[in-house]
Design a protein around this ligand. Structure first.
Ligand code: AFD
Ligand code: MN
Ligand code: MN
Length: 399
């Protein structure tokens, strides 16, 4: 067993987390938005905010984007790349918008109208082409598709529409690109969602082609579902593409990671470390991405909180004594095997993380450093004035 501070340092050295552009702009729930003066108005603001998070945490070099919100003019994508680079970040995953256009009322690639499906497939292909231009390899697909009433549409016909659409999209990929297929039990569809669980996403990814894997959004599971078991199966099948980090109390609440159940996130990370340990310390390529857009918490503070929470839980999970655990498992020593996890989870890794941050010239407390920087107040002042000049009543000019 290597020394904890070494294990923590090794773990954090390869643990990169992508922040979402939409996490910096005003969003809300279906019951309304609470505007924040410092919230990003446009993509330039979002990239500046993402740059602040990366500057203070050192582990967030890429930004997930939503095509229609972040690239209003696809011909100017190179300007977005330049703006990202100015703030020390790069464009990460490309998320098509397949849920907001009026035509998508009855679905996008699952829609009974072939013309609507064609429009959705074209948008996915355009997003893949944008990814090629921006050297972004992940095309992250979430579908709001589903039905609200029994009998509304054929569940199997919708499955077939998904199959052919994703096969078509897959053909468009460059060799270094891949599709991340996300699932969600419900919302906005309330009777059935076409990709409702990991099994459906797994099958759809497999049918699409070899460059498609499953994206596990930690907020997208029924109460009491064992997410780490899903992760272990996907790891074993080499089908775990990545995560959208958030937490939930009841449904897809988009709460900050670990705010409700940190031990669950630790167990998910344990399965990854254990899998790598069995392979001589070789970690699979996994895209760790945050998917939160806080209605109440200050945007950048919430993002830093999520990043540091993820680092802490990932570091703790790296401390599990796998050798001892496997020995106890073989001997049926349940409590001893369980205690291997609990001991790691209960280990205070703050000093080791502080050492890692110091070795990278990073602030020991990124949130405190952000608060002391005056960034939020300056952004609030500048953006409030700009909103007035732009005639925006609040929030962003899009998204
Ligand atoms: C919503 C959806 C899903 C998607 C995200 C970004 O539930 O998680 O990944 O928006 O588009 O949270
Ligand atoms: Mn998600
Ligand atoms: Mn979600």
């Amino acid at each position: 067993m290597i020394a904890p501070e070494i294990a923590v340092s090794h773990a954090l050295e390869h643990f990169f987390i992508e922040t979402p552009s939409w996490g910096y702009a005003d969003t809300g729930t279906r019951f309304g938005k609470f505007h924040q003066p410092a919230a990003a108005i446009d993509m330039a603001d979002k990239l500046a905010d993402a740059g602040q998070v990366h500057r203070l945490t050192g582990c967030c070099p890429t930004v997930a984007t939503h095509v229609l919100w972040d690239f209003p003019d696809l011909s100017k994508a190179s300007e977005i790349v330049a703006a990202a680079s100015k703030h020390g970040v790069r464009i990460g995953s490309i998320n098509p918008n397949l849920f907001q256009d009026q035509e998508y009322k009855l679905g996008s690639i699952g829609n009974p109208d072939e013309a609507v499906r064609a429009k959705a497939v074209q948008h996915i292909c355009d997003s893949i082409d944008l990814g090629k231009e921006l050297h972004s390899h992940a095309i992250s697909l979430w579908f709001a598709d589903g039905t609200n009433y029994p009998g509304q549409d054929s569940i199997r016909a919708r499955k077939h529409r998904f199959e052919s659409a994703l096969r078509e999209a897959h053909k468009r990929l460059d060799p270094d690109q891949f599709l991340l297929v996300e699932y969600k039990p419900f919302e906005p569809a309330f009777y059935q969602t076409d990709l409702a669980d990991w099994g459906m996403a797994y099958m759809m990814a497999k049918m699409a082609g070899p460059q498609a894997k499953v994206l596990v959004d930690t907020g997208h599971h029924y109460l009491s579902q064992n997410i780490e078991q899903i992760v272990a199966w996907l790891l074993d099948e080499n089908m775990l593409g990545g995560f959208h980090f958030n937490d939930r109390r009841y449904a897809d609440d988009d709460l900050t990671l670990g705010s409700i159940d940190p031990y669950q996130i630790f167990r998910i990370f344990h399965e990854i470390h254990f899998y790598a340990w069995e392979r001589g310390g070789v970690y699979p390529k996994i895209d760790y991405m945050i998917d939160q857009s806080h209605n109440l918490k200050p945007k950048i503070e919430a993002m830093i909180q999520t990043v540091t929470t993820a680092q802490e839980l990932y570091a703790k999970a790296a401390l599990v004594d796998h050798e001892a655990m496997v020995r106890y498992q073989a001997e049926g020593r349940i409590i001893d095997a369980e205690m291997c996890l609990k001991k790691a989870f209960n280990t205070d890794v703050s000093a080791a993380i502080g050492e890692w941050r110091k070795s990278h010239d990073l602030p020991s407390d990124p949130l405190a450093a952000h608060r002391a920087s005056g960034y939020e107040a300056a952004a609030a002042a500048e953006r409030s004035a700009r909103r007035i000049a732009l005639g925006l009543t609040g929030g962003s000019s899009y998204a």
